[in-house]
Design a protein around this ligand. Structure first.
Ligand code: CS2
Length: 497
């Protein structure tokens, strides 16, 4: 018999963990932009716990800015979906009911959702590339096609900055309460950055009065989010069916670990996210630096080195003795740049990260993490490298990660098999590399010369350029595996002391 599609909590197997509240009893209070797997494994889950513990009208209107597939799956299920948690030895299932419905690829409907007077918080996971903010100048990126179109047609915006500014202006006119804007992407000082982008966008419209009003009235807290969430596969749906007894086309899977550290600045109220384990602090920056430099930095390094040496998943990289030593080296180098943080021991954090990366039940693709390098490496690798240089610590682990990324930009494995470079600046990269003769010197030169990517103080530093060159030369001369072997053999004396 064909299983029922998941549409109500009444259909579920008894063993499944179900929401401790009646979804229909709660109105909406949050719009979330970017309702992909990460949001559904993280903020939506914490909101589900908050609704169960404290109640309130905090259900979420999800928005998919581009694709309709998540919306089609979730709307057919009244927003319900199964969260599969895969630990090393146990797998569990929980049904989440915090999402009310999803609006997809429809800027007008998105604007209407954002202008709903019941909405008090707008959360975002639109990826590093999705903001349209020039992060060097902390202003809307005036070369970004969406930003250009939205500045030209500000009443019918399609991008994040345009949608936020238009809805803030409409709410102000209608005298609805200002919402709080909470960026949940892996960007340093994500709230402050988005604040600059939104205020800057209002200035691009020559509306200084609105820009000043936003500065005075809209809160943009920062937060650090953490949960390793691979893209769902047919295996995820099979597991959901096995556990719930229902056909769930919106099921997702994730690891047991979850962390959300949030700046407590919500003038229009907020759910009791503490119920899901969120921690509210006055300054998120030290947590964010720890995560970006240790977790995400080593993730990017292992994604390039791992993908180039035939490792499909992060867990396979961790099972490779050489690469796992380099991951450990990266943790050490990054942790030495951090200021002490109360109640956090960076060595314990590194041990926990290694265990999470090695989780045999999580199939996290190196290719997924390798995407969007130009958007990720500045905060994960280049900024720490600059700090290491300035503190006279070894830059080698960061140079190694950079050289592996540069090699990855050639779009072919050592055996010649091609792959697609998924990066918003792929065209620029490919055009720049096309002109070079693919030696370590020329490849490093053209990629260091890409505008607004590698900080000038790093790009023009001889010591840094030497380290990148040495690794890249070894990779191009002898192949990635041999270069990794050589790195292990030669390096450990140069690791930071
Ligand atoms: C990863 C992150 O894809 C990536 O670039 O480094 O998505 C990582 O899995 C999350 O930040 C973990 O919280």
């Amino acid at each position: 018999m064909k299983p029922f599609r998941l549409t109500s909590l009444a259909q579920l197997n008894d063993s499944v963990c179900v929401p401790g509240y009646t979804p229909q009893d709660h109105g909406v209070g949050i719009v979330h932009l970017g309702v992909g797997a990460f949001h559904r494994a993280h903020q939506a889950v914490m909101t589900d716990s908050a609704l169960a513990q404290q109640g309130g009208d905090w259900r979420i209107v999800g928005v998919s800015l581009r694709s309709k597939s998540v919306a089609n799956a979730l709307n057919a299920q009244n927003g319900l979906y199964t969260l599969i948690e895969r630990g090393g030895s146990a797998t569990s299932a929980r049904v989440i009911a915090s999402i009310s419905h999803v609006v997809a690829a429809d800027p007008q409907a998105t604007l209407e959702a954002l202008c709903d007077p019941n909405i008090r918080i707008v959360t975002l996971t639109v990826t590093e590339a999705g903001y349209g903010i020039d992060r060097v100048n902390r202003f809307p990126d005036t070369n970004n096609a969406t930003v250009i179109a939205d500045v030209a047609q500000p009443d019918t915006p399609k991008g994040v900055l345009g949608l936020l500014v238009k809805s803030i202006a409409c709410r102000r006119e209608g005298e609805h309460c200002p919402f709080t804007v909470l960026s949940c992407d892996n960007l340093p000082e994500n709230g402050a950055l988005l604040r600059d982008g939104v205020i800057g966008f209002a200035r691009c419209l020559d509306n200084d009065e609105l820009a000043d009003w936003i500065a005075d009235n809209i809160a943009f807290p920062s937060c650090m989010v953490d949960r390793i969430t691979p893209a769902p596969t047919t295996d995820t749906h099979h597991e959901a069916l096995k556990q719930t007894g229902c056909d769930d086309q919106a099921s997702i899977e994730t690891e047991p670990f979850t962390q959300w550290i949030i700046e407590d600045n919500f003038p229009s109220g907020r759910p009791q996210w503490e119920a899901g384990g969120a921690l509210f602090v006055s300054d998120v920056t030290p947590y964010e630096r720890m995560k970006l430099m240790m977790l995400n930095g080593s993730h990017s390094m292992l994604a390039y080195a791992g993908y180039l040496t035939g490792h499909l998943y992060v867990r396979d990289v961790m099972a490779d003795a050489n690469l796992s030593m380099l991951v450990q080296r990266h943790f050490n180098a990054a942790s030495r740049l951090l200021k002490p943080l109360a109640r956090v021991n960076f060595d314990d954090y590194a041990v926990a990260l290694a265990k999470r990366f090695a989780n045999p039940a999580i199939a996290h693709e190196t290719y997924q993490i390798a995407s969007d390098g130009t958007q990720k490496l500045p905060q994960r690798i280049f900024q720490p490298a600059l700090e290491a240089l300035e503190a006279e610590k070894s830059v080698r682990p960061f140079a190694f990660a950079t050289a592996m990324w540069m090699r990855y930009c050639l779009c072919r494995l050592d055996d010649g098999s091609p792959y697609e470079l998924r990066d918003p600046r792929a065209e620029d990269i490919i055009a720049a590399i096309g002109k070079s003769d693919h030696t370590a010197g020329s490849l490093s030169d053209v990629l260091h010369a890409l505008p607004q990517l590698i900080p000038q103080r790093l790009a023009f530093n001889d010591h840094w350029r030497h380290d990148v060159h040495v690794v890249l030369d070894a990779i191009l001369e002898n192949g990635c595996r041999a270069a990794i072997q050589r790195e292990i053999a030669t390096d450990f004396s140069t690791a930071p002391t």
